[in-house]
Design a protein. Sequence first.
Length: 186
Amino acid sequence: MAKDDMQELYDRVLFSHQDIVDATKEVARKIENDYAGKNPLVIGALKGAVFFMTDLLKEASLLCEIDFIDVSSYGNSTTSSGKIRIDKDVQRDLTGRDILIVEDIVDTGYTLKFMKDLFLERGAKSVKCAVLLDKEARRATDIKADYIGRACPDEFVVGYGLDFAGKYRNVDFIGVPKDKYIKELG
Ligand code: IMP
């Protein structure tokens, strides 16, 4: 898709590519410090976290292993239902491991809470979470990410892993779609 066609979706940019690079570096410095001498299993939440996770781990000086999980809340709307299902599970044994979940955004918090509880139930020694964006105003659980890239206003945001009906994940900034497109999502 041509760059101009991609940009047609957007009303405005919230986080430029440079903002994202800076936020990623800040989080990388914290995790490389906190996990020095450990061998964490970094688990990316597919599909949105792929972009943040790869940039974060390339930036951080960190001896680690990686795995992925794909969980989704039922339905395909702009709001989470709180009912989470596993579409693709992790492959590693989590017993005794220090787990670092990487997420694109924490919104209601249902997804992160589900993953944290699941990994602890499976015997993880510790479970923390690094998230690029924190939409705290919409939190419906008592969960909080341990490493936060940027606070996000209460808006539906798209780009850099965050999708609009499955697309636009490969945009290198994060912005808010025009109202007419958000209404299409329902
Ligand atoms: P939560 O369970 O409500 O915290 O939502 C987590 C998931 O919902 C994220 O991993 C995203 O996949 C998706 N999500 C939440 N807010 C947005 C948004 O503004 N844009 C795109 N996806 C979002």
